[in-house]
Design a protein around this ligand. Structure first.
Ligand code: FES
Ligand code: FES
Length: 161
């Protein structure tokens, strides 16, 4: 008999009924809720492309059972911004062309958002440390680091307005 799990995604309450309470959150986001921005890479909590914010903490969700997020607030890359109103991180990644295939970027944007939420002026070393759990197979690391630095500067300037 299906069980129902309620939580919030990008500020909206959702509830899903599933036969298997161990269904990974990633599968629920993509298959039940149609949020395709969060990606499946390794499925082994190794690559970071499935990262979302859970209660403000960046976590890989490819092996995280849905029961474990009941009642929690989840932010996916779709919750950061959109084409009309991009988050400063998204705009900086576009400006810096920070990526080639782009497959890793939703997870990297989530990890970077968590960093900038807690540290508005990170050093290069702190950015590298924050993104340590995110693999970019295209080797776009330098441009990604530049984009995070640029977004941080834009956000600091905005905060002063
Ligand atoms: S798909 Fe989740 S860490 Fe690789
Ligand atoms: S841009 Fe291709 S994996 Fe990062």
């Amino acid at each position: 008999m299906p069980k129902t799990f309620a939580f919030s995604v990008n500020g909206k309450p959702v509830s899903v009924s599933l036969d298997n309470e161990d269904t990974p959150l990633l599968d629920v986001l993509r298959n039940e809720l149609g949020l395709m921005g969060t990606r499946f890479g390794c499925g082994l909590e190794q690559c970071g492309c499935c990262m979302v914010l859970i209660a403000g903490v960046p976590e890989k969700c490819c092996a995280k059972p849905v029961w474990s997020v009941a009642g929690k607030d989840i932010i996916t890359v779709e919750g950061l911004g959109n084409a009309a109103r991009p988050h400063p991180l998204q705009q900086a990644f576009i400006d810096e062309q920070a990526g080639q295939c782009g497959y890793c970027l939703s997870g990297i944007l989530i990890a970077a958002k968590a960093l900038l939420d807690s540290n508005p002026q990170p050093s290069r070393a702190q950015i590298a440390q924050a993104l340590d759990g995110n693999i970019c197979r295209c080797g776009s690391h330098n441009r990604i680091m530049r984009a995070v630095e640029k977004a941080a500067a834009v956000m600091r300037a905005g905060a002063r307005l």
